[in-house]
Design a protein around this ligand. Structure first.
Ligand code: PLP
Length: 420
């Protein structure tokens, strides 16, 4: 095994934040699993929550809980103020122009479904082409398949290379006058590949197509500026960025959202309801039918504040260092193949080991306190492309350090020996 990167201290001393203090912010990390200190490397599935997020949510329930937008009583006004302040925090974080462009959803999946239903049904017609890539999460495949079947659209797939990179020349060839929508991930959850987003958005706009970005994985690892990207829609989930589950965001350019019909209907999304007809509320409420996830949105703002305090660029640099360290250490293990070797990648190390079944490996890693994900990662077409049924995936977050990687390596070597 190459020891050139093994001096943990020299790697982590350069950090712009104190990694040990950061780790202490996440109470869940200090527990043991099967007698081993927990090493949490399943952040691509969901991230852990810092104490400030946990406190914010419980403080809301302890002090301010009420329904929003409806009551004139003090608690309802406080809840509404905190809910709307959370919207502004999200708006600033992704640099959207207006709070009206920030729609609270239950997560990335609902955000994508919202666009598929509302933009799709309102703006697409038979024969139009929707482009996605071969490295999408099922959440950014199945809504488009269903819509294509319902509306007679053509779903076209941008291929990927053996390194797991998007095949950019093939993308340019697929783009044409019939392309009406590009729905593309910013960071692949199965491979860690980062897509050349800005170039793709500009190329799509050149043929008058709109662009939806699936930012589920990217949001906690890279700076997102929706105005600099000029994307038309951007979707992400709170739970992937140290915030509660059940809350997510759809950003959409205002004029597009204005032009789209409601997605769901009910309370809060209306202005006037009568049996002779209903008028809809203004943005963003037109897309927020029913009582929203108030505590979740306030928790999301706390998660975003936490990330902002550390600095997303600092987080990205730290994770890059840990990923390089992990890549070198893991490649030194006999028979291990990394799946996803894109030049531009972040946060994810997917691998398989000759003769070792991923599910068995995952179980033995768990017995040693190491939490990874095994399976198809909701990206079955990626597995099919690489000719595997599953991989083992270690995915990083800001609190992972080289000691976590050392534990992963030791546990993997031991498990592979037992399973050989
Ligand atoms: N897109 C990508 C790239 C993902 O990794 C995920 C979740 O893992 C999703 C979409 C779906 O996110 P959620 O389940 O939070 O809606």
């Amino acid at each position: 095994m190459n020891a050139s990167l093994s001096s943990n201290n020299s790697l982590e001393n350069d950090l712009a934040f104190d990694i040990e203090a950061v780790r202490r912010d996440f109470p869940i990390l200090s527990q043991s699993i099967s007698g081993h200190p927990l090493v949490y490397l399943d952040n691509g599935a969901s991230t852990q929550k810092p104490q400030c997020v946990i406190d914010t949510v419980s403080n809301y329930y302890e002090n301010d809980n009420a329904n929003v937008h409806r009551g004139i009583h003090e608690l309802s006004q406080r809840a509404t103020d905190r809910f709307e302040a959370a919207r502004s925090t999200v708006r600033k974080f992704i640099n959207a122009e207006s709070d009206a462009e920030i729609i609270f959803t239950s997560g990335t999946t609902e955000a994508i479904n919202l666009v598929a239903h509302s933009y799709g049904l309102g703006h697409l017609s038979k024969g139009d082409e929707v482009l996605i890539s071969a490295m999408e999460h099922h959440s950014n495949i199945v809504p488009w398949q269903l819509l294509s079947q319902q509306m007679g659209l053509e779903l076209k797939i941008i291929p990927i290379t053996l390194a797991g990179e998007l095949d950019y020349p093939a993308f340019l060839e697929l783009l044409g006058p019939k392309t009406k929508l590009l729905a593309i991930t910013q960071l692949s959850n199965a491979l860690g590949s980062i897509t050349p987003l800005k170039e793709m958005i500009d190329a799509a706009h050149a043929v008058n197509a709109k662009v939806l970005v699936d930012g589920a994985q990217a949001i906690a690892h890279t700076k997102v500026d929706v105005r600099a990207l000029d994307c038309d829609f951007y979707a992400f989930s709170g739970h992937k960025i140290f915030s509660p589950t059940g809350i997510g965001i759809l950003y959409g350019k205002r004029e597009l959202l204005e032009s789209m019909p409601p997605y769901q209907s009910g309370g809060d999304m209306i202005k006037v309801v009568s049996f002779s007809g209903t008028t809809f509320n203004e943005l963003p409420y037109k897309f927020e039918a029913g009582t929203p996830n108030i505590a979740g949105s306030i928790g999301l703002a706390a998660g975003i504040d936490y990330v902002t305090k550390l600095g997303i660029e600092n987080i990205a640099a730290h994770e890059h260092t840990v990923l390089e360290y992990a890549t070198e250490k893991m490649l030194a293990i006999d028979g291990l193949r990394i799946i996803g070797t894109a030049k531009d990648k972040a946060g994810v190390l997917s691998f398989e080991i000759d003769g070792v079944h991923a599910a068995d490996l995952g179980t033995l890693l768990d017995h040693q306190g190491v939490a990874v994900r095994v399976g198809h990662h909701c990206a079955m077409p990626v597995m099919e492309f690489f000719g595997v049924s599953s991989t083992t995936r270690a995915s990083l977050a800001l609190y992972n350090n080289t000691a976590d990687i050392d534990a992963l390596v030791t546990a993997t070597v031991k498990a592979a020996e037992m399973l050989a």
